[in-house]
Design a protein around this ligand. Sequence first.
Ligand code: IDP
Ligand code: MG
Length: 135
Amino acid sequence: MAIERTYIMLKPDCVERGLMGQVISRIENKNYRIVDAKMMTLEEPVLREHYAHIADKPFFPDLVRYMTSGPVLAMIVEGENAVKGMRILMGATKFEEATAGTIRGDFACSTSENIIHGSDSVENAEIEIRRFFGC
Ligand code: IDP
Ligand code: MG
């Protein structure tokens, strides 16, 4: 295993519902370190880039509406095996597959409004950190 950096984003529903503290606690309890963080309000162009792999899906307009509906907390999270480890902490994308004990399993209300984003590979983590933090 290796020390990795991953891009984590607490989505507008997480901020709006006042769940940031609980989610950050889970990240810190796992001994990952938040090495940078900032509140941001996203606009459509960056979301088209970030979600290019699903931009042709019928739910994409709703996803943009949701992701621009309020501020997000963008973070760089570092730790042993952090890319895969954060995906495990987050839980599955599909609402019905996100098991209890994961962030999405415990807090998400639907497949679309699902609290948290985490990079899905080391390569994408680098791209996403550059996209949102410019480093
Ligand atoms: P991930 O966030 O688990 O990596 P992706 O497939 O990359 O999942 O999808 C990005 C985001 O798009 C999801 O987190 C969710 O907010 C939304 N999304 C994905 N699939 C669906 C769907 O089938 N219906 C509605 N929204 C979806
Ligand atoms: Mg993804």
